[in-house]
Design a protein around this ligand. Structure first.
Ligand code: KIV
Ligand code: NA
Length: 263
């Protein structure tokens, strides 16, 4: 498939749904490139790949390393690099770090969590030729300051806040938005309120596209399954069975057989 551009993604709004999936390495990126319009190198890799309890401890250098790997595996796919916690505290720092991502990787855009309070900062990046995807709604990087992961839009205050966040981020020049962990009514309202494509995760079916974390949707991450995840593969089960079979065959002498042995 032809590589998406900011223009083609923006034209998709109202015409076709946008599909996005995370990837953290070249191997899986190369498997996803055929089907996904965009690949997100999400800071969720800090949990799924590194085994940490949340996203907060990943560094910019680690995000760059994984983004390089993903771009190697999917050279013809639109790749987005998450700006990690602590890398965008000031406008100047955010721009310097986004420039690092653009210079050290072939990422097409960066993603920044936050709403109204980050609008000036996002504008500073978009003014300086950094393509930015916003991220509003439930913000995993705020898990400690908010005291947990909280779905937004169930009360009027958070509904209005996320709506204002989405508009402010659109206004700041972001070319698309991720909206996470909101009621379907809020997902729909935001999608209708902004002109840029809105990609949902746990945001109902009315958004312009969907994104899922690959290790959740393929059933490799077993610790828990959030409500919004659909498992398209029982990855963990299949891998455990296969490795169990391998171990059994080694122990019993079935593997290696003649055909696996040099003459
Ligand atoms: O880090 C991530 O994987 C994300 C998605 C959940 C949108 O930000
Ligand atoms: Na993320």
């Amino acid at each position: 498939p032809k590589k998406e551009t900011i223009t083609s993604l923006q034209q998709a709004k109202g015409e076709r749904k946008i599909t996005m999936i995370t990837a953290y390495d070249a191997l899986f990126a190369s498997l996803f490139r055929e089907s996904a319009d965009m690949i997100l190198v999400g800071d969720s890799l800090n949990m799924s790949f590194k085994g940490e309890p949340d996203t907060l401890s990943i560094t910019l250098e680690q995000m760059i390393y994984h983004t390089q790997a993903v771009c190697n595996g999917a050279p013809d796919t639109f790749v987005v690099c998450d700006m990690p916690f602590g890398s965008t505290n000031t406008k100047e720092e955010a721009l310097a770090n986004a420039v690092k991502v653009f210079q050290q990787t072939r990422a097409d855009a960066v993603k920044i969590e936050g709403g109204c309070e980050r609008a000036d900062l996002v504008e500073h990046l978009t003014d300086n030729a950094i393509a930015v995807i916003g991220h509003v709604g439930l913000l995993p990087q705020s898990v400690r300051s908010e005291g947990g992961y909280k779905v937004k839009g169930r009360d009027e205050e958070s509904f209005k806040q996320v709506m204002a966040d989405a508009k402010a981020i659109e206004e700041s020049g972001a070319f698309a938005l991720v909206i996470e962990g909101v009621t379907p009514a809020l997902g729909k309202a935001v999608t209708e309120a902004v002109k840029i494509p809105v990609i949902g995760i746990g945001a109902g079916k009315e958004t312009d596209g969907q994104v899922l974390v690959w290790s959740d949707m393929l059933g490799f991450f077993e610790a828990f399954k959030p409500k919004f995840v659909k498992r398209y593969l029982e990855g963990a089960k299949l891998v455990k069975e296969a490795v169990g079979e391998y171990a059994k065959e080694v122990r019993s002498g079935i593997f290696p057989a003649e055909e696996h042995t040099y003459k």
